[in-house]
Design a binder for this molecule. Structure first.
Ligand SMILES: Nc1ncnc2c1ncn2[C@@H]1O[C@H](COP(=O)(O)OP(=O)(O)OP(=O)(O)O)[C@@H](O)[C@H]1O
Ligand SMILES: [Mg+2]
Length: 516
């Protein structure tokens, strides 16, 4: 018997002649947690889709040995029956189905009469919620009632319910808070004790370091190395991933901060499903020219809702006043926001950010097609020039700007969305979790771009759940907790602890509503 539960050997997978995987090996022992690391587009998700038969046997070459025997699965059903369960990078929940229905989809419990046993399913679902420390979730409600972080944990509950022997987690923590991430990491540790193996893909290397026993690094579809975690530092993993040393993570460059240019006053958002409840409660802030204003807070604190309301895209009722250079703005739709000089790069790129079937290039110019149209005819040469410049500037990895954007890796889709929003050169740019799912090298590029923009006089409002990032790039940080403004700090040696304390409501500092 082989010492490995799983062995993937010399896997090759290409998409229309482009090699996404070029002879990759991966081995996992029972009860082992393997970290799979690599830059955006390296081939991590593709390798896991080969393993779980999202790409069935016959659509790739190489061998998969499961408990020493050849596995030639043609569907996810077959790999799940073998005990291989994947949690995809993008959420796969059905929004209008209940939490319970989602968890048991295709895996329902029936009673002695062959009828669906809702009571048993609800009970099991509630137990899973308790295990994931979300006892407040009502499993009978549709999953659309819950935010990104909760949905991610519901997806994890669904996988845990399937009795996996090998659990694949493709960037499971990208929308989780630190506390939620800790819960997940604890669960991975418990699974290891039970002999359940896992493959964890994450761009947050401290998570990899915290739970993985072994690291496999891939780059451009090739296997770069496999080592015990104990032999590698985070710096060494980064160097293996990108093929060079990255010494500085946050390229903070000096830039002039001018007068107040934009103000949002008394932003209040009512819950679309429960109009008596305020998701955002009377938040005011000012943004100066050339300033990067960070917005910290726990997931669910109301930051995304606030950004959507400012952009005219909040789905429920909201009241607010917006001022640009001392003039009151009227913004009732994203079109009006863009016309007023405000752009938003949304958090959920799948829902709001991209048109999946359209080419990468068209996705970039979508918001400004009118700028390329003369007498109603799209100036395609001009458009192509803009597209190629952005693809190069953002280092978007795509074989051609004509390929559908859904074929790009997650991180490269994020860059394409960013590129698209930057086309009208806004005065105020709102970035909601701009580096989610983006690799270290590309993060650095995004920060560099932000620095270049503020030097040109743009002002940036940056929502981020990654405190090191906020403290690494923001000039000032406001903190939102339970829909209220809980802090306003100049980022001059600001500590993570101070921001966290404000986020959970432990400080008495009266928030400054205005910067001046
Ligand atoms: N359906 C597809 N059609 C065409 N090309 C694809 C498709 N899926 C993936 N690719 C290409 O294969 C390569 C590997 O993509 P993959 O999604 O596996 O990357 P990844 O390592 O998971 O990156 P990320 O960290 O950004 O999620 C990329 O160059 C991508 O553009
Ligand atoms: Mg991926």
């Amino acid at each position: 018997m082989s010492e490995y539960l799983l062995e993937m050997r010399a896997i090759v997978k290409d998409f229309a002649g482009v090699k996404a995987l070029d002879g990759i090996d991966l081995a996992v022992r029972a009860g082992e947690c393997v970290g799979l690391c690599g830059e955006n587009g390296a081939g991590k998700s593709t390798l896991m889709k080969v393993l779980s038969a999202v790409y069935p046997h016959g659509t790739w070459s190489g061998r998969i040995l499961w408990e020493g025997r050849e596995l030639q699965a043609r569907s996810i059903r077959e790999t799940e029956a073998a005990g291989i369960v994947i949690i995809h990078q993008e959420l796969m929940l059905v929004p209008h189905l209940s939490v319970t229905e989602n968890i048991f989809l295709g895996n329902e419990i029936t009673n002695a009469f062959g009828m669906l046993d809702y009571e048993a399913m609800h009970r099991r679902a509630a137990a899973l919620m308790a295990e994931l420390r979300m006892p407040q979730v009502n499993v009978a409600l549709p999953v659309s009632q819950y935010g990104g972080g909760h949905q991610q944990l519901i997806e994890i509950a669904k996988a845990l319910n399937k009795q996996a022997r090998l659990l694949i987690l493709d960037e499971p923590t990208s929308s989780l808070t630190r506390a939620e991430t800790e819960v997940l990491l604890d669960i991975l540790r418990e699974l290891k004790k039970k002999g359940v193996a896992s493959v964890l893909i994450s761009h947050k290397l401290e998570e990899i370091e915290a739970v993985c026993d072994t690291i496999t690094v891939i780059r451009d579809g090739r296997h770069i190395g496999t080592r015990p975690m104990g032999e590698l530092s985070v710096e060494q993993i980064i160097a293996m991933m990108v093929g060079r040393e990255i010494t500085e993570l946050f390229p903070r460059e000096p830039h002039a901060i001018g007068e107040v240019i934009f103000e949002a006053r008394h932003v209040t958002c009512y819950d679309p499903d429960n109009p008596a409840r305020k998701r955002v409660d009377d938040v005011s802030f000012a943004l100066r020219r050339g300033e990067i204003l960070g917005v910290a807070g726990l997931v669910g604190a109301g930051r995304t809702e606030m950004a959507m309301a400012i952009f005219g895209a909040y789905p429920g009722r909201s009241t607010l006043e917006l001022w640009m250079e001392g003039r009151r703005l009227s913004v009732r739709s994203p079109q009006e926001a863009v016309a007023a000089g405000i752009c938003l790069v949304p958090e959920d790129r799948k829902r709001h950010g991209i048109v999946p079937l359209m080419g990468v290039g068209h996705n970039i110019t979508l918001s400004v097609l009118s700028a390329h149209a003369r007498h109603g005819v799209v100036d395609s040469v001009g458009e192509l020039r803009v597209i190629d410049r952005m693809i190069e500037r953002m280092r978007i990895k795509t074989a051609s700007s004509l390929l559908p954007i859904r074929g790009l890796s997650g991180g490269n889709q994020q860059k394409a969305v960013l590129a698209k929003m930057l086309q009208p050169a806004p005065r105020v740019l709102i970035l909601d979790e701009p580096t989610r799912g983006v690799d270290v090298g590309a993060k650095y590029e995004i920060y560099k771009l932000m620095m270049a923009f503020v030097k040109e006089g743009m002002s940036i409002l940056m929502i981020s759940s990654e405190l090191p990032e906020l403290l690494g790039v923001a000039d000032r940080v406001i903190v939102i907790g339970e829909g209220r403004l809980r802090g306003d700090f100049v980022n001059d040696g600001l500590s993570q602890e101070a921001v966290m304390a404000a986020a959970i409501g432990q400080t008495e500092t009266p928030p400054a509503a205005r910067a001046d």
